[in-house]
Design a protein around this ligand. Structure first.
Ligand code: COI
Length: 357
């Protein structure tokens, strides 16, 4: 049951001091307001409200703490040079949120209501969109199972919350190439599991390998398939692409890889430019073979937080593969410039991706 709902607004009387645009980090600072909406089996989604940013109180038996019934999304708001505020493909986020909800037995959120909530919240906190090249307002919608009951069943109660954070680059490298460790011991997800859902457990499962990779000087982990440890999946915070002999390859979506919105947009841009792009099963061995024979021209990751992030080095079982001399490749740079050009309203938006707030 879906309750028709209007958004009640309570403004803060105590606005926070905003951070300096050159010292933002990622997800460190939060804006003055947040959105919350409740779900109960009796009333459906109801009580949509924007309130001052504040802690939430939950019963310690809330199912989210015990069984991880939760999903999240990530999108960004940008300010253009003329002062317009725009969102990048928010409909795609709410479609994916509802696919994640379905996988995690969480009731769907009406797409228009979700987008309306993001727009209203962004409007109220638009002064928090930071100045500075590459900066934006990161928007984090999420759903948590709040019913206080330890039986392993889908919750009958939820909260849908949106918080926002002024952010700079996700990686400390900024837009410089990152070094990535190819993980061959642990796995992130299996086909048939929850890999393609944006759910907390996928990220928690990756922390141990990520910590080990960080200790060896690698920024992130490249995950291989769970069954054979042979085929490339994703980097946890981004999807990956490889340019080999003029063609760009990315792993085909198989149920255990996140269906990235920047991934989808990258494929559309490459096709628009007539650069051959292929989605298929990709083995780590063939990437290394292309590297050894000089055919691997560049590699990059795509994601909302990561944007387009060049990959300068891989390490698989101790064998290092330096890509494009560790420098940013031509296609990565063109994608970064065009994608951010569209997002910040500097370039024409041929696909009508941007939605004005
Ligand atoms: C995003 O790009 O929005 C992500 O969800 C990646 C990460 C920060 C978890």
């Amino acid at each position: 049951m879906i309750a028709a709902t209007t958004i009640q607004i309570e403004r803060t009387t105590n606005p926070k001091v905003k951070p300096q645009p050159d010292k933002l980090g990622f997800g460190v600072h939060f804006t003055d307001h947040m959105f919350i909406m409740n779900y109960s089996a009796e009333h459906g989604w109801h009580q949509a409200r924007i309130v001052p940013y504040q802690p939430i109180t939950l019963d310690p038996a809330a199912k989210v703490f015990h069984y991880g019934q939760t999903v999240f999304e990530g999108l960004k708001a940008y300010r253009t040079e003329e002062g317009r505020v725009q969102l990048f493909r928010p409909d795609m986020n709410f479609k994916r949120l509802n696919r994640s909800n379905d996988r995690m037995s969480i009731p769907p959120i009406p797409e228009e209501l979700g987008i309306e909530a993001v727009k209203e919240l962004t409007k109220i906190d638009q002064d928090w969109i930071p100045d500075g090249a590459g900066n934006s307002l990161y928007i984090r919608p999420f759903v948590i199972a709040t019913e206080p009951l330890l039986g392993v069943h889908p919750s009958h109660e939820y909260q849908f919350i949106i918080i926002m954070s002024p952010v700079g680059a996700y990686y400390p490298e900024g837009i410089n190439p990152v070094k990535i460790f190819v993980e061959s011991r642990y796995v992130r997800a299996m086909v048939g599991g929850v890999g393609e859902a944006k759910t907390a457990g996928n990220y928690a499962a990756g922390l141990k390998a990520q910590e080990a990779a960080n200790e060896q000087g690698y920024t992130q982990v490249l995950w291989l398939d769970g069954a054979e440890h042979k085929y490339i999946e994703e980097v946890g915070s981004m999807n990956v692409f490889f340019k080999i002999d003029g063609t760009v390859y990315t792993p085909a979506l198989n149920g255990s890889i996140l269906d990235g919105i920047t991934r989808n947009s990258t494929i559309q841009l490459l096709k628009h430019w007539n650069i051959p792009v292929v989605e298929r099963v990709l083995s780590i061995e063939e990437i290394y073979e292309a590297g050894r024979t000089g055919k691997l021209e560049e590699a990059f990751g795509t994601g909302t937080a990561a944007v387009i992030s060049p990959v300068g080095e891989l390490n698989w079982k101790g064998e290092k593969l330096v890509i494009n001399d560790g420098a940013t490749g031509e296609v990565s740079e063109k994608l970064y410039d065009n994608l951010t050009g569209i997002q910040y309203g500097k370039l024409e938006d041929p696909f009508s991706w941007m939605v004005e707030v």
